[in-house]
Design a protein around this ligand. Structure first.
Ligand SMILES: *Cc1c(COP(=O)(O)O)cnc(C)c1O
Length: 388
């Protein structure tokens, strides 16, 4: 896979200034790498992040709105008064209380903080899985479930969705019985499809799973449903959330809520000081303005329906129902998914192409809901592209 904005070999083969690199050591390095780095890692490409300079960015489910001046002033003050010479404090209870209050975590539950929920996913797999143990998720879903499981020596099982991209419950239950996964990840709503699995289906999975079920609510602020109030109802459930999709993707903060006994075990694997003091200070300041985050999420949620409806009006476009701040659309008119993606890119509009990611996602593009002007620009570009 080529990485946009980072030509292949750019940094790896760059000779050190003033020290010409001879071929002999380079060959030596390749041999050492081949004999040292895991084969499955050598075959991978690094997680692709597109160069977005000067583009309309609708590819990563970021919130298009910047925080208001008053909030930024508060952040500036909090950061200025944060000493950088000391490690982060051991006692995070003040921030834990603030997070629990802001996000409706039940009093009796504990929370675990991560450097983004990506880190929490690793912590869960590392704490639960011996090498070769199964980690299971409906598929396609969040790619990092698969990546983290592999990196941490677990065996990833993706259970295909139906052709309508809904949950195949009988297949899920059969796979759980067969593979006895230590961990089941359920993104509710699901990324990249946008679907929200029914309560009954989720309950059936929780009741059948022998190990831990992680309900990943990254997109919960855009949905009608949350499992947070019920996180203590079953003996094998934790709820994972992130602030990335509600305006703070740059901050890298995720949290896991669950029974104190589960959180205590997972906490043992957490890298010490994983939440740096600047993130802590910034988050504390932002949470004093929580209604600002809620209002931004409400705007995106309100704009999702009209965007989806307008996309569905385009020739040859099928839009899948979404409960997130994005919509997945299949392009099967004159131009296929790859061609539409490229045509938009040429017009400096970035969306995410899943055409080649999985057979169930053939010709599918994922579009984040942007600010109204961005959505309008996308729609008029698509109109032009599809009628050419
Ligand atoms: C974006 C996303 C996350 C990642 O969140 P970070 O906190 O930014 O690491 C987790 N789960 C799903 C399903 C996502 O789409």
């Amino acid at each position: 896979m080529s990485l946009p904005g980072r030509p292949e070999g750019d940094y790896r083969n760059a000779p050190h200034e003033g020290s010409p690199v001879s071929a002999a050591p380079a060959a030596g390095i390749a041999g050492r790498i081949a004999g040292t780095v895991r084969a499955d890692i050598r075959e991978l490409a690094a997680y692709p992040v597109a160069n977005a300079e000067g583009c309309i960015k609708l590819d990563a489910m970021e919130c298009p709105y910047e925080l208001p001046e008053a909030v930024r002033e508060d952040i500036a003050r909090a950061v200025r008064d944060t000493p950088l010479n000391r490690y982060p404090a051991a006692d995070l209870s003040a921030l834990e209380q603030a997070v629990k209050a802001a996000f409706g975590v039940p009093d009796a539950a504990d929370v675990l903080f991560g450097n983004g929920s990506d880190e929490l996913i690793h912590i869960i797999v590392q704490a639960c899985c011996n090498p070769g143990d199964a980690v299971l998720s409906p598929w396609p879903s969040f790619v990092y479930f698969d990546m983290a499981a592999r990196f941490d020596h677990a065996r990833f099982i993706g259970v295909p969705l139906t052709t309508d991209l809904t949950l195949d419950l009988p297949a899920m239950l059969a796979a759980i019985r067969e593979h006895q996964p230590k961990v089941v990840f359920l993104a509710v709503p699901n990324n990249p499809t946008g679907g929200l699995w029914s309560d009954e289906d989720v309950q059936a999975i929780i009741a059948t799973a022998p190990g831990l079920v992680v309900l990943d609510e990254a997109y919960q602020p855009f949905a009608d449903r949350t499992w947070m109030p019920q996180v203590l109802d079953a003996p094998n459930v934790v709820v994972m959330r992130t602030v990335s999709k509600i305006g703070l993707a740059g901050l890298r903060f995720g949290y896991l809520a669950g029974h104190p006994a589960w959180i205590a075990e997972l906490n043992k694997v957490r890298p010490p000081y994983n939440l740096d003091v600047l993130t802590q200070a910034t988050l504390s300041a932002v949470l004093r303005h929580k209604p600002v985050l809620d209002e931004q999420a409400a705007r995106l949620r309100a704009d999702r329906g009209p965007l989806a409806a307008a996309l569905a009006q385009l020739p040859g476009v099928r839009v899948f129902p979404s409960a997130g701040n994005f919509v997945l659309a299949r392009f099967s008119g004159k131009l296929d998914g790859n061609a539409v993606h490229l045509a938009l890119k040429t017009r400096k509009i970035l969306i995410r192409n899943f055409s080649n990611a999985h057979p169930l996602l053939a010709d599918c593009l994922r579009i984040s809901v942007g600010a109204p002007a961005e959505n309008a620009a996308l729609l008029s570009a698509l109109q032009e592209i599809l009628s050419a």
